[in-house]
Design a protein around this ligand. Structure first.
Ligand code: DGY
Length: 425
């Protein structure tokens, strides 16, 4: 009998399982990545609740003393990846990178807790997780929003997960490359060069790593010192949603102070998101803090914002904008509009469709009652999987699979799409 999509997805996650964490895919990403892991925990919970909690716990065990949760945990040595621990030099017992990633842990922990069949274990695990995630949220607002605007800035594109988005192009012109170490990229041994960031972008990624390393990874200094400071609506929306979900989890667990702190962060964040809205583009835009100007590019960051409890009129407008994007591409939601002069349908975040973003957008739109658009995004996502397999990302017009193969979080999202219908904000 043919394997169902869900069975295939479970096999992929199991094949990438390292015992206490899951690699995104063998070869290209041989360690634990932060938001990959937290979203993967949702897929694992479908077949092994205990292992799902382990995934999140392993990630949070590598939290720094200041509250930061790093974007990569280098559990084992692997020569096949660059930049490895010798470049980051964060001096952790188990080496980690020195920057963070979209904080989906609060969102994931609430879902795991509410779906738990073993309520005793779910309560104990969620209770252990609560102060750690709260400290991570506090870290973001303390270190990345020093002026208390309600919105945090990214200091490295890798923090967004959208490494080579068009959103960073103008800011990257201001990131120098002097003194960048000679290096050999490893990603091109595992993936097609036309699907990946360019050499010029990699030099700037490494410049920023070297700069932050020279400051001893002291988060009291990094935001001010960084030539790259971008307020990303998608990233902020994930943080806001996680604060709001953590507040609800804390209510359920009888932790009113954690609940109040996170509710206040979410409310302030939602109000501040309005400053990123563009009437001209009918969506949110990034904001470049260094030059005090919006980034005039209608990327998926401004649509991912739907994952937060934004006002209903904004969710509706985002839904309309997404349907409009569908007029120039076959599969929603492209990371850059297919009509944009910068569109590149195979190159990472400059056009391709990513299932994790589709999942987060559709979850938010369902919460806002925009079910029609949400369903269209879900059916496009599943059609991509049926036609092109479990890739890292897909060309939004041809559906061609791109990047890494047998990809963990893509598999986890398929399990979510096919087995869950809970969506609350
Ligand atoms: C990579 O190596 O491509 C990652 O996206 C950085 O985290």
């Amino acid at each position: 009998m043919a394997q169902t999509l869900v069975e295939h997805a479970v096999d992929i996650i199991r094949s990438n399982d390292q015992g206490a964490y899951t690699v995104p895919t063998h070869g290209l990403y041989p360690f634990q990545w932060n938001w990959d892991s937290a979203l993967t925990a949702l897929g694992i919970a479908f077949y092994d609740e205990e292992r799902a909690w382990v995934e999140l716990t392993t990630l949070m065990n590598h939290q720094w003393d200041d509250g930061m949760v790093p974007h990569i945990v280098f559990h084992k040595e692997d020569e096949g990846y660059f930049p490895g621990p010798d470049v980051w030099q964060t001096k952790r017992k188990t080496p980690t990178s020195g920057i963070s990633q979209p904080p989906v842990a609060g969102f994931a922990a609430r879902k795991l807790f509410e779906r738990a069949k073993d309520k005793t274990r779910g309560t104990a695990q969620a209770r252990a997780m609560l102060p750690k995630i709260d400290a991570w949220h506090d870290w973001f607002y303390r270190c990345r929003d020093p002026e208390g605007t309600g919105l945090v800035a990214l200091i490295h594109p890798w923090e967004s997960g959208r490494d080579n988005s068009v959103d960073w192009d103008a800011a990257f012109q201001r990131v120098p490359t002097d003194g960048v170490m000679p290096f050999q990229r490893r990603d091109l041994q595992h993936a097609d060069a036309s699907h990946r960031p360019t050499q010029a972008q990699y030099e700037r990624y490494i410049y920023l790593v070297q700069l932050f390393r020279s400051l001893g990874w002291d988060n009291a200094k990094l935001h001010a010192a960084s030539p790259f400071q971008i307020v990303d609506p998608g990233f902020n929306a994930i943080l806001i949603r996680s604060c709001s979900d953590l507040a609800k989890l804390a209510d359920d667990l009888g932790e009113p102070e954690i609940a109040a702190r996170n509710r206040a962060r979410a409310e302030k964040g939602v109000a501040a998101m309005e400053t990123l809205w563009s009437d001209a583009h009918n969506q949110y835009l990034c904001y470049d803090r260094k030059v005090d100007q919006p980034v005039d590019n209608p990327s998926i960051a401004g649509l991912l914002a739907a994952v937060a409890p934004i006002p209903p009129n904004r969710a509706k407008e985002i839904g309309e904008r997404i349907l409009e994007l569908g007029e120039s591409c076959r599969y929603l939601v492209p990371s850059q509009p297919a009509t944009s002069p910068h569109f590149d349908g195979k190159r990472y975040w400059r056009g391709p469709v990513w299932l994790i973003v589709n999942y987060l957008i559709s979850d938010g739109l369902k919460c806002a009652g925009e079910d029609g658009v949400a369903q269209r995004i879900i059916s496009d996502s599943l059609e991509l999987i049926s036609n092109s397999g479990f890739a890292e990302y897909y060309h939004p017009i041809s559906g061609e699979p791109c990047g890494g193969k047998s990809f963990t979080w893509t598999a986890a999202m398929v399990i979510e799409f096919m087995t869950q219908s809970d969506t609350q904000k």
